[in-house]
Design a protein around this ligand. Structure first.
Ligand code: SAH
Ligand code: SF4
Length: 375
């Protein structure tokens, strides 16, 4: 099997080329062709000697995941479905804003964690994405979107907030993020790459050492009993441990705050008492809040908080001195909002079956993924 050069960060590139007696600058040259110019054919790399190109072509490929579908929303949001083999697909979403363009990247096919309000969590888990499949999402987006009139790339920011828990696929996600940061690849600053985690504490510590980028933590509840219920990984890493890990992370983080994400679920976590508990909980951690009005999906069992409840909750945090954003729902018409990414997950965990048996999902969800239902 030839190796896929999209799987290589700078270090692996250097090792691969050194083993073949090539000069170190070749790594830089190849990375620029592949990631900077989006080139997938050795033929076109005309500043590399023909014999070298032929040798590379015998041993290696440049193979991004195949594009299955592209959708464009009314607000300019775009969504790509990428084929990652054996019937699985993952989604990548581009969100244009005034001052920036953000790509929301997936890290796994499905997710092994089971946050109760998340459609990815509902679909079960198949496998980790490879580095090539993760960076391939940015590769495709850049190819599709190109550059603005000033010559800058349209994708200026990346958030690891698509399908999957990025810290549960640590090595591949770190290699892909290193490419995002590498000047010979995508050259994004650490502040413009954000990883979102549900709070896998030991992996947060590893990330701080291996590849510190901006960090968002999916909090969603201000006390352990509620968080145990809606973000079950909390049973393993409860809130006090999570807060301590956030503080440790900030010692090396490129930003001097953590972003706490908080999904607003009607009657579940959105009362004033919850807001008060939240302020007390994060007291020692420099942070901002991102409130995410719940995005519904079929049979979720939850409702989005009422606008009034969101306003009151936000105002309480603001009065306590915090910066708060309420995430605008983007890409509603193409099911591209947070927690709605469906992709195609061949569930290996039989989660859907179990939910049906427990009466928590309807029988028809066994065969039909959301995508198939809406197609
Ligand atoms: N697994 C990571 C990153 C992916 S999810 C994490 O959990 O942080 C990105 C964000 O969307 C998380 O904060 C997640 O909790 C939130 N989310 C999931 N489902 C949602 C839904 N239905 N509505 C709104 N936000 C949701
Ligand atoms: Fe996984 Fe994040 Fe969804 Fe939880 S919210 S199930 S960690 S993708």
């Amino acid at each position: 099997m030839p190796v896929n050069l999209l799987d290589f960060d700078a270090e692996r590139f250097a090792a691969f080329l050194a083993e073949r007696g090539e000069k170190p600058f070749r790594a830089k040259q190849l990375m620029r062709w592949i990631h900077h110019f989006g080139e997938a054919s050795f033929e076109q790399m005309t500043d590399i000697a023909k014999v070298t190109r032929e040798k590379l072509a015998r041993e290696a490929v440049i193979a991004p995941p195949a594009l299955m579908m592209e959708q464009v929303g009314d607000d300019g949001t775009r969504k790509w479905l990428l084929d990652v083999g054996t019937g699985n697909g993952v989604e990548t979403v581009f969100i244009p804003e005034d001052e920036r363009g953000t790509l929301c990247v997936s890290s796994q096919v499905g997710c092994a964690l089971e946050c109760t309000f998340c459609s990815t969590g509902r679909q079960g888990f198949n496998r980790n994405l490879t580095t090539a499949e993760i960076i391939g999402q940015l590769w495709w987006a850049n190819k599709a979107l190109g550059r603005d009139p000033k010559g800058d790339r349209i994708v200026s920011n990346v958030v690891m907030m698509g399908m999957g828990e990025p810290l549960a696929n640590f090595d591949n996600v770190v290699a892909a993020m290193r490419l995002m940061l590498d000047d010979n690849a995508y050259g994004l600053s650490r502040r413009r790459v954000t990883l979102s985690t549900s709070g896998i504490v030991p992996a947060m510590d590893r990330l701080r050492e291996a590849c510190p980028v901006a960090l968002a933590v999916s909090l969603h509840a201000p006390n352990d009993p509620l968080r145990d219920e809606i973000v079950p990984i909390n049973k393993k890493y409860p809130l006090q441990e999570l807060m301590a890990a956030c503080l440790r992370y900030l010692e090396k983080a490129p930003r001097d705050f953590i972003t706490f994400e908080y999904v607003m679920l009607d009657g579940v976590n959105d009362t004033m008492e919850h807001a008060r508990q939240l302020v007390a909980l994060v007291r020692d951690v420099p942070c901002k809040f991102n409130l995410i009005p719940f995005n519904p999906f079929p049979n979720s069992g939850y409702q989005r908080s009422k606008p009034d409840a969101i306003r009151r909750f936000r105002d309480h945090l603001i009065q306590a001195g915090y910066v708060v954003t309420v995430r605008r729902t983007r890409g509603d018409d193409i099911d591209a909002a947070c927690g709605q990414l469906a992709g195609q997950v061949k569930d290996k965990t039989r989660r859907t079956l179990r939910l049906v048996e427990e009466g928590k999902a309807p029988v028809d969800s066994i065969q039909l993924s959301k995508r198939e239902r809406t197609a």
